[in-house]
Design a binder for this molecule. Structure first.
Ligand SMILES: [Zn+2]
Length: 162
């Protein structure tokens, strides 16, 4: 299966960020009409992710595909999405599939001596791999920067592996 792409409505900002860092092409719209989201989802082959029952009902009557998030809990929602897409495992981040959490840009691996944005000196001395968003230049690195997200991913992988 191709890597799924997602379009997330205004209630799913945190979900969108997590999907991006896990490596999924994910659009997030704060202020878009149901009709726009459905159209865009259909034309760009993106799964429409929402917690809005009304929107989901419209999706299910349209030609596009969507997922209605079942829970308040972020981990449960992410596991739900990944299971529906038949994804069994998520790699630790950042990696070369990671998308920028801010702008959904692709990230590229950087030689740390060529950083355009300075990072704290202590961090700089410790890390090997640095990644930079090719659109907005936000910088990502291994270790403490993404520690909590990798804990979340461990948790999700355990649940996916049940
Ligand atoms: Zn970016």
């Amino acid at each position: 299966m191709n890597r799924p792409k997602f379009i997330v409505d205004c209630m799913g900002g945190n979900i969108a960020k997590k999907l991006r860092i896990m490596g999924f092409d994910t659009e997030f719209w704060l202020d878009a009409s149901d009709a726009f989201l459905i159209e865009r989802s259909y034309h760009e082959h993106m799964l429409l992710v929402t917690r809005d029952r009304g929107l989901y009902l419209r999706v299910s009557k349209s030609s596009t595909k969507g997922l209605l998030l079942p829970d308040e809990d972020e981990v449960k929602n992410l596991v739900f999405i990944l299971e529906r897409c038949d994804i069994k495992h998520i790699n630790p981040v950042p990696n070369l599939n990671t998308r920028c959490t801010i702008c959904n840009g692709n990230i590229k691996k950087l030689d740390k001596t060529r950083l355009s944005n300075p990072i704290p000196k202590k961090v700089y001395e410790k890390i090997n791999a640095i990644y930079e968003c090719s659109k907005c230049s936000k910088v990502y690195w291994e270790g403490t920067h993404v520690e909590n997200i990798n804990k979340l991913i461990d948790n999700i992988n355990r649940l996916l592996g049940r």
